[in-house]
Design a protein around this ligand. Sequence first.
Ligand code: DAH
Length: 346
Amino acid sequence: MEEKLKELEAKVKIAIAAAKTLSELQEVHNLYFSRKGELAGLMNELAKLSSAERPKMGQAINSAKVALLTEFEQKQSELKRAEMESQLEEEWVDITAPGVDGHRGHIHPLSQVQQEVEEIFSSMGFEIKDGPEVESEYFNFEGLNIPASHPARDMQDTFFVDENPDKDFGRLVLRTHTSPVQVRTMQAEGAPLRIIVPGRVFRYEATDASHDSTFYQVEGLLVDEDISLAHLKGVMEEFLTRLFQKEVHVRFRPGYFPFVEPGLELDFGCLLCEQKGCKTCKFTGWIEFMGAGMVHPFVLKAGGINPEKYQGWAFGFGLTRLVMMRHRIPDIRLNFGGDVRFLNQF
Ligand code: DAH
């Protein structure tokens, strides 16, 4: 039996040494150390011995078991450490590595240009104003000296809101221009004034490459004492030069708008051909840019401002058109079509 114990000891030592993983080691445990394992089996055989031999052999088995268990436990902690290390290795993350940039959207080209316009005019002392898109007939037309008989009041041009007219302000309309904010601001703040009004406007219009029922304008209004069109020329030259980052010239042509007197059209020198004449400027060297003029005394009065003391000029240009010029966008419908292939170019 002593012999058997020696053999078993050797076998267990080899098995412990050979185990490469914790689960292999667990098998060694099951095989030799468990209640039905070989060491227990040997214990059971003690019954066969004489009562003189039994205690000695019992002790021998026990001390062998204790020694083997120590070895087992050592191996167990070795394997545990190794497995933890390899797990750490696997899960290691380089927290100093640069991250992966997720997809972030960007500002719409129209808003980009609007922000630039606002920045330039702000730096010249203009305030940014806003007004309602659903406007009264009064502010959209009447207050701007556009009488009921004017063609702009025609159903062809205007979306009317289906609601009972107000006795003073008339029907509700989707504003056809940003000009109504002129009278609103004059009424609210009086003179002197220096404002721009970027905003969305609506026309009852058949849509094609250059017309849309919704587009954006920027209104401008300056009211003060001793104001002339020379100031408008200076402000617009400065504005366009800063916007295009190239020296820009402007010229006035006579033009008619009911809310200004005199009224004019402002053109700027074509930047593509340096005013030599090209397809873009239709070989004239000039690009039509906006309507403007000295604010009509009727409009100043509607705004509660004394036209004997104050005068000023106003202008209105198409922000959508400006964006199209800047990026050479050939079709107005692309702007708000929501096609990301288009938008991602800007
Ligand atoms: N409101 C005009 C339009 O939509 C543009 C305009 C012309 C605005 C002359 C003005 C102006 O302030 O003085 O066509």
